[in-house]
Design a protein around this ligand. Structure first.
Ligand SMILES: *[C@@H]1O[C@H](CO)[C@@H](O)[C@H](O)[C@H]1NC(C)=O
Ligand SMILES: *[C@@H]1O[C@H](CO)[C@@H](O)[C@H](O)[C@H]1NC(C)=O
Ligand SMILES: *[C@@H]1O[C@H](CO)[C@@H](O)[C@H](O)[C@H]1NC(C)=O
Ligand SMILES: *[C@@H]1O[C@H](CO)[C@@H](O)[C@H](O)[C@H]1NC(C)=O
Ligand SMILES: *[C@@H]1O[C@H](CO)[C@@H](O)[C@H](O)[C@H]1NC(C)=O
Ligand SMILES: *[C@@H]1O[C@H](CO)[C@@H](O)[C@H](O)[C@H]1NC(C)=O
Ligand SMILES: *[C@@H]1O[C@H](CO)[C@@H](O)[C@H](O)[C@H]1NC(C)=O
Length: 538
């Protein structure tokens, strides 16, 4: 029906614009008793041309242009200029009509129904949106030229008694139905009606994307530096031309004029029926006042719910002195612990590194012995017994790979003895002085004699001393040791408890001795590693 009306309108437009007569008559359907006005599509441009209306009806009908009220009381048909008005249409009016202006003419075919008006208009509205029904302006009289009075249009819904104003704030499914609007005119004291039927359909609201504002700082605290420039984007997707996205500071609007310290500017991207709006809040220089304000981005629209996103600004955390102190304290603690561990385990660590990582001294110093083991007379009985000394020699040589110069093995007694001892000192990287019970160690009497040589060669001395005694201080040996001892290292012999390869005595001794020239056997390497581990676990 709507299409029909549309075509009709087009047709009228077409004919009136070209002034060419249409061969097809215009169909007009009207309910009996209603008013209908036919308009001749031609405009008169000069006063001497007149519209001529002709009726082609079964019963002859005189069309007069006498518009006096007395005359109209009998006629019900009114000709006025380009209009032909049927005040109350009846079946006898049914037929063909033509109007002409000069040599142009136009046809109408009037059909009058006794039953319900067949002509229906339709309107489609969307649920939950506003909807306005407008009463069609089809074949209505020109009230101004006809001296008619037009009354307000009234609406009613079919099957309901209550009048309706044709406007829905928010239309719903229950509003679907047939509506009738009545245009009422007063002419010569008589009331004449025109009714139109309109079918209202309500289509469901299209599901909209609910999420409208996306901001990474949604309801969040946004950390900023005082005095810095801050730009916060508020992004929204809108579906209507009447949607706005703007910023509020507390309860007042933020300016869009960029000469203000705080403003926003918005950009928009159109895509199909979507509008992507970005409103960027710009704070040129963050102040204390800005930190105590609430900034709200708001979307307002005629077609979707308002959405707001509120953010607050907070100052970025400064590094506090407490944490600085804590950092310093922890560094000190770590350093202390490191030092303590190093002091406590330096022997183990050194030996471990030396044994596992193979930190062996390169034999570039040309010396053939790692150490020269030389006995001296201890002033107590606590010195190393013969068997202990043999054990020590064998452990150092066979287990740890030291190459030793031993008095009773490498120095043959005879006239060259003194020279051999000197060679031994010269070719050894260290001299280990082993305390033995008086007159029991081989070569123990030599010490005082070779004192000068030791000093001369600046030999590295390692003193093994007993628990009971300090370095002997009496006698010629004692004096020599005292003089030498100031430059040497000390290792304490603790009797039988020192007789294991994992004893602290042996570790200390090895620590003070230079690394052996030849790497120890792998088997021992593992053992040493275990030693170190057990040492660390203590
Ligand atoms: C009106 O015109 C149509 C053709 O356009 C014709 O068929 C019909 O008979 C006419 N009616 C009258 C009453 O003259
Ligand atoms: C119709 O009248 C106009 C002047 O009003 C004229 O120019 C035109 O030629 C006429 N057409 C015919 C078909 O007589
Ligand atoms: C218009 O109608 C009123 C009465 O309805 C009448 O008094 C008046 O004279 C009319 N005017 C013209 C110009 O016909
Ligand atoms: C015209 O409509 C009014 C209500 O709008 C009604 O009271 C009246 O009876 C109608 N007149 C005719 C002739 O239908
Ligand atoms: C929105 O505005 C554009 C032009 O500015 C127009 O083409 C479009 O039809 C409008 N949409 C609505 C729903 O009003
Ligand atoms: C922006 O504000 C400044 C001063 O507040 C004013 O001079 C200027 O005209 C304003 N600009 C606009 C576009 O309103
Ligand atoms: C918004 O203002 C900022 C700061 O003046 C500017 O850098 C940016 O280009 C502006 N954006 C738009 C879309 O005008």
């Amino acid at each position: 029906m709507m299409e029909k009306a549309f075509v009709l309108l087009l047709l009228l437009l077409h004919t009136s614009s070209t002034g060419v007569c249409s061969s097809e008559p215009e169909e007009i359907n009207i309910k009996a008793g209603e008013m209908v006005a036919l308009q001749c599509p031609y405009q008169s441009h000069s006063g001497d041309t007149r519209w001529v209306w002709t009726a082609y009806t079964p019963q002859e009908m005189a069309l007069t242009s006498d518009t006096s009220c007395a005359k109209q009381g009998q006629m019900d048909v009114l000709v006025h200029g380009r209009s032909l008005v049927f005040l109350r249409a009846s079946v006898k009016h049914q037929g063909n009509y033509s109007c002409s202006l000069g040599n142009a003419s136009s046809q109408f075919r009037l059909t009058v129904y006794n039953t319900e008006n067949k002509e229906k208009f339709s309107k489609i509205c969307t649920a939950e949106e506003s909807c306005t029904l407008s009463c069609p302006e089809v074949n209505i009289p020109d009230v101004n030229t006809l001296n008619m009075t037009s009354n307000p249009i009234t609406w009613r819904k079919e099957g309901e008694s209550l009048p309706n104003n044709g406007y829905f704030q928010s239309v719903g499914k229950e509003d679907k139905g047939v509506y009738i609007c009545t245009r009422s005119y007063l002419y010569c004291g008589e009331k004449y009606n025109m009714t139109f039927t309109m079918v209202l359909d309500v289509k469901p609201k299209e599901p909209r994307k609910t999420e409208a504002i996306t901001s990474p700082y949604n309801n969040d605290v946004f950390r900023v530096d005082l005095g810095s420039v801050v730009v916060i984007d508020c992004k929204a997707v809108a579906y209507s031309n009447f949607t706005e996205v703007f910023w509020l500071r507390d309860t007042s609007f933020v300016e869009t004029n960029d000469s203000f310290p705080v403003f926003y500017n918005s950009t928009e991207e159109k895509k199909m029926d979507e509008r992507k709006i970005t409103a960027s809040l710009v704070i040129k220089k963050v102040s204390e006042e800005d930190l105590s304000s609430k900034f709200t981005c708001k979307l307002e629209s005629d077609s979707q719910m308002s959405v707001i996103v509120t953010i607050t600004l907070a100052q970025k955390a400064r590094p506090s002195y407490v944490s600085l102190v804590a950092a310093i304290v922890s560094i000190v603690v770590v350093m202390t612990v490191t030092v303590v561990i190093y002091v406590k385990f330096k022997i183990d660590l050194t030996l471990f590194l030396r044994d596992t990582l193979g930190c062996h001294r390169s034999p570039s110093d040309g010396k053939s012995y790692d150490a020269f083991l030389l006995c001296y007379d201890s002033d107590t009985d606590a010195g190393l017994k013969d068997c202990d000394r043999k054990w020590l020699e064998s452990v150092l040589e066979s287990s740890y790979g030291y190459s030793l110069c031993l008095y009773d093995r490498d120095i043959l007694p005879g006239r060259a003895e003194a020279q051999a001892v000197l060679d031994c000192i010269e070719n050894s990287r260290a001299v280990v002085l082993v305390p033995t019970p008086p007159d029991s160690g081989p070569g123990s009497a030599l010490l005082s004699a070779i004192h000068a040589a030791l000093v001369e060669h600046q030999s590295h001395l390692v003193f093994i001393k007993t628990e009971e005694s300090q370095v002997p201080s009496s006698g010629s040996v004692g004096e020599a040791l005292q003089l030498l001892g100031e430059a040497g290292d000390y290792v304490t012999w603790k009797g039988s408890s020192s007789l294991t390869s994992s004893s602290s005595f042996l570790k200390q001794l090895r620590y003070y001795l230079p690394a052996p020239q030849h790497p120890p056997k792998h088997r021992l390497l593992l053992q040493t590693a275990q030693d170190v581990t057990s040492g660390l676990n203590v």
